[in-house]
Design a protein around this ligand. Structure first.
Ligand SMILES: Nc1nc2c(ncn2[C@@H]2O[C@H](COP(=O)(O)OP(=O)(O)OP(=O)(O)O)[C@@H](O)[C@H]2O)c(=O)[nH]1
Ligand SMILES: [Mg+2]
Length: 502
């Protein structure tokens, strides 16, 4: 985009014409008469015509020589027809605001350094090591993805979008290390976008990534633990923990304590970080981002971000792409193998979240995974083409069976439900889907956007999409404004009781 808009008039090379060729209606019957007259005229005046043509040719050649090559030798096209009028009215500033390119950070082997394109030679060397600099031939049949990816040494591209996520980074990295899929087969690419000025997601991400790739991240976390405990004891930030189910807190405690699996500290095949803004302006607070009105535009911008990340990070040798949100608290380490094992092209687990005990202790969370329903199809018929249906809001009564709601905590974790829409918390998809054009629509596709539309598009292109109702990931609990009020109220109540007041 920037190059196209940035082109100066005299550098335009393509003959893009605004004025359409004028077409006159064809005369069918007397065409042959015209041709006869023309040949007659040529026979009578051929000498005169040849002289005229030579003069015209010489004149236009000299004009070209004078005007088309400026002093610098650059070619100048002065004919107005060469300019693309479609873009002349564009507000450059508005358009370029969100197109400032991207920053790229590459964590070097062994986590020793962070390289950017400015570090020319070193950066090129490292990129070469990662991707190979010569032309290579891949038989994409060999990268189709099987149900036993780890055994068959299949490469996975793990993609994580991040925005104002500094707070959840330790949690996210611990979950990444906990993945038992062989780390040497996983390329990680993070995309950091639209963070606020006071946020340090990018800086912290770089530091943690370096430690991850040098195998020292566990030590770093162990050092920081005392600080975390201090914060807990201060009490304000983690006050809600007092109100959570003890059984859930025990699960968390266990998941984050040793012993870990033998490859826990093993560096990944590579870690890259991209920083690029997409103009997401909706607040990242729990209540801001859940308002129904903002869902359409928020989801479409997320779609753009996801597509950009896939396009820049996917390489021919990847057999699988695993999308993962940063704010997952509990997830089985074998999630990649488990999702692969069901033999679908797209697979998602169930996503719940814990709640304070006074709010029932837990809740189905990700409502974006569902099989289509007749009610939703009828609802869609009455909507504008551009309207985005958002699940879980009274405004859109779809009566869909949500994957989240049919969970049986004691059920078989291998049970499968075929889906149409999918949520984005944890999506495993075969890389060939992206190569064949399935993506996260940043526009309304069948009255959906982003991940739900991704599921629908995958289905429409003949792929198989499924969810595992009894296989659960736990999203972190972030108290909403109302929950915080309720907690504060309870705190005041217990204080009054302790002080003996009625
Ligand atoms: N790059 C990028 N990442 C984002 C953006 N918004 C959210 N994220 C990240 O995307 C993941 C999911 O974001 P959430 O805010 O939890 O959004 P969500 O999962 O759709 O919503 P919830 O259901 O409320 O969790 C997290 O890792 C976020 O840090 C964005 O605008 N750009
Ligand atoms: Mg989330």
């Amino acid at each position: 985009m920037a190059i196209l808009f940035g082109k100066k008039r005299n550098q335009l090379e393509l003959p893009i014409s605004k004025s359409k060729q004028k077409l006159s209606p064809k005369r069918r019957d007397n065409g042959s008469q015209y041709w006869l007259k023309l040949t007659q005229f040529w026979k009578n005046n051929n000498r005169l015509l040849v002289v005229l043509l030579v003069i015209i040719g010489l004149l236009s050649l000299s004009r070209k020589l004078v005007s088309n090559w400026g002093e610098s030798g650059t070619r100048e096209l002065q004919d107005l027809e060469y300019y693309d009028f479609d873009f002349l009215e564009a507000d450059m500033e508005a358009l370029q605001k969100y197109d400032n390119g991207a920053d790229h950070f590459l964590i070097t082997k062994g986590g020793k350094d962070v390289l950017q394109p400015g570090d020319k030679e070193l950066y090129d060397q490292e990129i070469e090591m990662l991707y190979g600099s010569t032309v290579q031939t891949y038989n994409l049949d060999a990268f189709r993805g099987t149900t036993e990816g780890a055994k068959n040494r299949e490469h996975v591209l793990l993609l994580v979008p991040l925005r104002n996520a500094e707070r959840v980074l330790p949690l996210m990295f611990k979950n990444l290390m906990n993945l038992t899929y062989p780390h040497e087969l996983i390329d990680i690419a993070f995309l950091v976008s639209d963070c606020t000025e006071d946020d340090n997601t990018l800086g912290a991400l770089i530091e943690y990534s370096k430690a991850l790739q040098s195998g020292t991240l566990s030590d770093l976390f162990a050092e920081n633990v005392s600080n975390e405990q201090l914060l807990n004891e201060e009490g304000t930030r983690h006050l809600f923990l007092k109100y959570m189910r003890p059984s859930y807190l025990q699960m968390v405690e266990k998941a984050y304590s040793a012993p870990f699996h033998s490859g826990y500290d093993k560096p990944f095949r590579s870690v890259q970080i991209f920083q690029k803004d997409f103009g997401q302006a909706i607040g990242q607070g729990f209540s801001d981002r859940h308002a129904v009105k903002v869902q359409g535009i928020r989801r479409k911008l997320m779609g753009r971000a996801r597509n950009w990340l896939t396009a820049n990070a996917l390489k021919p040798y990847h057999s699988w792409v695993y999308w993962r949100d940063a704010d997952v608290e509990l997830c089985p380490g074998s999630v990649i193998q488990d999702l692969m094992s069901i033999g679908y092209d797209v697979a998602v687990p169930n996503v719940w979240r814990p709640l304070p005990e006074f709010l029932d202790g837990e809740q189905p969370y990700d409502l974006n995974s569902w099989p289509e329903s007749p009610d939703a199809l009828r609802l869609a018929q009455g909507l504008d083409e551009d309207d985005v249906i958002v699940e879980g809001y009274a405004e859109y009564p779809t009566y869909r069976v949500h994957l989240a709601y049919i969970r049986d905590p004691n059920g078989n974790p291998k049970d499968v439900l075929e889906l149409d829409g999918v949520g984005g918390v944890s999506i495993l998809a075969k890389a060939q889907l992206f190569r064949n054009g399935v993506h996260f629509p940043a526009f309304t596709f069948e009255n959906h956007a982003e991940t739900e539309a991704f599921g629908k598009m995958a289905k429409k292109m003949g792929y198989r999409v499924a969810g595992l109702p009894n296989y659960t990931l736990w999203h972190i609990y972030e108290p909403s404004d109302d929950d915080l009020k309720a907690i504060a109220e309870r705190e005041r109540g217990s204080k009054r009781t302790a002080e003996g007041s009625p």
